[in-house]
Design a protein around this ligand. Structure first.
Ligand SMILES: Nc1ncnc2c1ncn2[C@@H]1O[C@H](COP(=O)(O)OP(=O)(O)OP(=O)(O)O)[C@@H](O)[C@H]1O
Ligand SMILES: [Mg+2]
Length: 465
């Protein structure tokens, strides 16, 4: 009896602690990391630093003076020199180790040793970056940060103009879509891979900024209509997309160039391509609001039944999109194009347009050819990585740009209702762009009505369970 009671007294708390730890690891990985993972990782790093470095090939032969000094003394053996651990900085997702490399070592030596170090310290992932020659940071990531993505709350409402926090990288950093640096972007992915969620996150963050947001959604507006209150214009089929693009390029963009030219004293006969000044050179009170055009399912705009009018419409749309991308940056007009594939099979002009879209985000794709369309001119490695993205994690993608840099990212899950309500609440930020008035979607119900009727957007609790 006594034995049984003792077993219960020790066993129950131990089982509860283990169960709690396992639950926290699944449901609250950051908490688990802070309480369990971090102390364990620090213990492994500190214990036998020199041994680990030696085992992972990160030591160098000892200096001659140390060998000679050892010979004078009693020491029988002089150990190779490991890098020096200079700082240990814990974070909510991992820990950063700063190390001074031994003489003759460089970042490439550390990069080669990463798989061995990761196994030795038993951590989720490990990356290295150079602070300056000879000084390297090792970034330990304690858990899979892409499994449950939450963007830091401090970013909400504080984003810089046109620098949009949209996803999390697998290194635990925030991925920002910076339109001032990469004016146009292409987002690809198989069906249900998370392209529209990426777009939804863009809408959500852009809605809070002094920016005009325009949508082209040839799925009859199924994706963009809920954001109508915050949209300056919306086209829901190829015909209205053509009308909208004509106005965007021939009226809005031309008007912006005229404004820049007259302010800078440039004669209007100079073609837009040759105007090097841009709207950012205008005083704030004259400067038109930047405009971001988001195109969902771009292939719909390229389709044609082969009939003459269809063909003419398609060709004009493509021509206008190319012109938009060519001249957009200096007039503060940006474009984000989404689709399942974007290659030469879309016909004349497709690959030329693609070359203008420098920022690339490729979600899960089924074949290397689809991946090549987005990442072929970024990096071969990135291209292969996009074909191995896990199906059970929609929203995960490879983000790169034509400079060759790439990384793995995932958007946070954002319910449609959340972005729809945010767009309704920020409707007063729709800038005054008279040229687009004819394309403003039907004014929505006031925000209070929307909040009352939120059940329209929310999933049925019974079906969600
Ligand atoms: N970041 C994410 N986190 C969690 N779930 C996601 C994420 N992104 C997408 N999903 C889920 O995947 C589903 C499909 O996403 P989405 O509609 O964005 O895909 P898509 O690529 O646009 O598909 P389609 O080509 O059919 O339009 C969403 O309804 C959502 O449930
Ligand atoms: Mg979609």
């Amino acid at each position: 009896m006594h034995d049984l009671l003792a077993l219960i007294e020790t066993g129950v708390p131990a089982a509860a602690a283990t169960g709690g730890a396992l639950y926290a690891r699944e449901r609250a990985p950051r908490l688990y990391w802070s309480l369990v993972g971090l102390p364990a990782a620090l213990a492994r790093v500190n214990r036998g630093w020199a041994d680990t470095m030696e085992a992972c090939g990160l030591t160098t032969s000892p200096a001659m003076w140390r060998v000679l000094a050892a010979r004078q003394g009693d020491a029988t053996e002089v150990r190779p020199t490991p890098p020096k651990l200079r700082a240990v900085v814990p974070t909510t997702r991992g820990v950063r180790l700063r190390m001074r490399l031994a003489r003759g070592q460089c970042l490439a030596d550390v990069t080669d040793a990463l798989p061995a170090l990761r196994a030795a310290w038993r951590v989720h992932s490990l990356h290295a970056s150079e602070v300056r020659p000879g000084l390297v940071d090792l970034h330990i990531i304690g858990f899979d940060v892409l499994r449950r993505v939450v963007l830091p709350a401090r970013l909400a409402g504080k984003a810089e103009l046109l620098r949009i926090p949209v996803a999390m990288t697998d290194r635990g950093a925030v991925y920002q879509r910076n339109y001032r640096v990469m004016p146009h972007g292409l987002t690809l992915g198989a069906t249900l891979s998370g392209k529209s969620m990426y777009g939804r996150n863009l809408f959500h963050s852009l809605a809070g900024q002094d920016v005009a947001v325009v949508g082209i959604d040839c799925k009859r507006g199924a994706e963009h209509t809920p954001f109508a209150p915050r949209l300056s214009a919306l086209a829901t089929d190829a015909d209205s997309a053509l009308d909208l693009l004509r106005v965007l390029v021939d009226v809005e963009m031309s008007g912006r160039f005229d404004l820049v030219c007259s302010y800078m004293g440039i004669p209007r006969i100079v073609p837009g391509e040759d105007v090097t000044a841009d709207i950012w050179g205008l005083p704030a009170k004259l400067r038109p609001a930047p405009l971001v055009l988001i195109v969902d399912e771009v292939a719909e705009l390229f389709l044609s039944s082969g009939s003459k009018p269809d063909e003419a419409r398609r060709n004009e749309i493509v021509k206008l999109l190319i012109r938009y991308a060519q001249l957009g940056r200096s007039s503060g007009m940006f474009v984000e194009v989404m689709g399942q594939r974007f290659g030469s099979e879309l016909g004349k002009g497709a690959t030329f347009l693609r070359s203008q879209l420098g920022n690339r985000v490729v979600h899960r794709v089924h074949d290397i050819e689809s991946s090549r369309m987005g990442l072929g001119d970024v990096s071969e490695e990135a291209m292969h990585a996009a074909t191995h993205l896990p199906e059970e994690l929609p929203g995960i993608a490879i983000a790169g740009d034509t400079s060759g840099r790439w990384q793995r990212i995932r958007t946070p899950y954002r319910p449609l209702a959340e972005t729809a309500m945010h767009c309704a609440a920020t409707a007063h930020l729709v800038p005054d762009l008279p040229a687009l008035n004819a394309f403003r979607p039907v004014p929505p119900a006031p925000v209070d009505d929307l909040l009352d009727d939120v059940s329209v957007y929310l999933p049925d609790p019974a079906s969600a369970a």
